[in-house]
Design a protein around this ligand. Structure first.
Ligand code: PAF
Length: 282
């Protein structure tokens, strides 16, 4: 049996109101569909810690940088509903665009600081789109807990910040990235890689883990990252948009004694891949 699809907010409200009245907790897993094992790990985490689970599926036009990228994003709603079947989620919420952004919608949520570097610098406006839709989805679903993958590390920090700043009554639950056998982080965009490119893509996690290990062992960070960048480009992964070490929470410059993160975005076969790993600075 596929997951029950709900399209209207009125229908969703009736469900969430009855759950709240019964004292049940609600978990939400926000997605743009094209579900894979990474999403399923979020669903499993939600099932384990909340009474009711809603998966949202909305390909948010406001977070794409071009109409072509928005149009190319995989849309596999029926397969997604079927994949969710065995997990017995309570609802797959698939709102129409007008339900999320009704006529006259004029509000944008913008998180200063975290939105600026890395993804923000290369995808202008992307994080305003993410912050706006996440705020709307959290409010629509009345979630007590929301589950986000560490694969989109900067997005996760942005959501944590916005929830704290707007005092939204929801707990953000980070979930570790899920990786294929060759350690490529699972992503809906991986589907667009040719078989040859998919093999090459493993060079990205390999470079990140090897660099993080070398830097943790005391090797000079700038030299390590320059070598990793050159090695990625030699293997056909490029351009490398960024390969940087940042403060894990603010995404600004690393702070002495605070957790740091190594993050990268590279192009391969017309597909933009992003990934990140923890790094310990000397
Ligand atoms: O990570 C995603 O799939 C999207 O950015 C999200 C959080 C569902 C918002 O559209």
């Amino acid at each position: 049996m596929s997951a029950p699809i709900i399209r209207s907010l009125a229908e969703l409200n009736a469900l969430t109101q009855s759950w709240k009245r019964a004292g049940e907790t609600i978990g939400v897993v926000p997605t743009m569909g094209a579900l894979h094992d990474g999403h399923m790990s979020l669903v499993r985490a939600a099932k384990a810690s909340t009474d009711r689970v809603i998966v949202t599926l909305f390909v948010n036009p406001r977070q794409f940088n071009s109409p072509e990228d928005f149009a190319k994003y995989p849309r596999t709603e029926l397969a997604d509903a079927a994949l969710l079947g065995p997990y017995q989620v309570d609802a797959l919420f698939v709102p129409e665009g007008g339900e999320v952004y009704p006529e006259g919608h004029s509000t944008t949520v913008s998180v200063a600081g975290i939105s600026a570097p890395l993804e923000g610098a290369h995808r202008p406006g992307h994080f305003d789109g993410v912050a706006t839709v996440v705020t709307i989805l959290l409010n629509m679903t009345r979630a007590d807990r929301a589950f986000f993958g560490e694969k989109d590390w900067q997005q996760l920090q942005l959501v944590k910040r916005l929830v704290a700043d707007l005092r939204l009554p929801v707990e953000i639950m980070p979930c570790p990235s899920v990786r294929a056998e060759d350690r490529l982080a699972l992503s809906s965009r991986n589907q667009r890689l040719s078989p040859e490119a998919r093999v090459k893509a493993a060079a990205l996690p390999a470079a990140l883990f090897a660099s993080a290990e070398a830097i943790s062992q005391g090797k000079d960070a700038a030299e390590t990252l320059a070598e990793a960048r050159a090695s990625l480009e030699t293997r056909g992964l490029g351009p490398v948009e960024y390969l940087e070490i940042c403060d894990a929470e603010t995404l600004g410059l690393p702070r002495p004694g605070a957790p740091a993160r190594l993050l990268a975005a590279v192009w391969l076969d017309g597909v933009r891949l992003i990934d990140n790993v923890a790094v310990r600075l000397g």
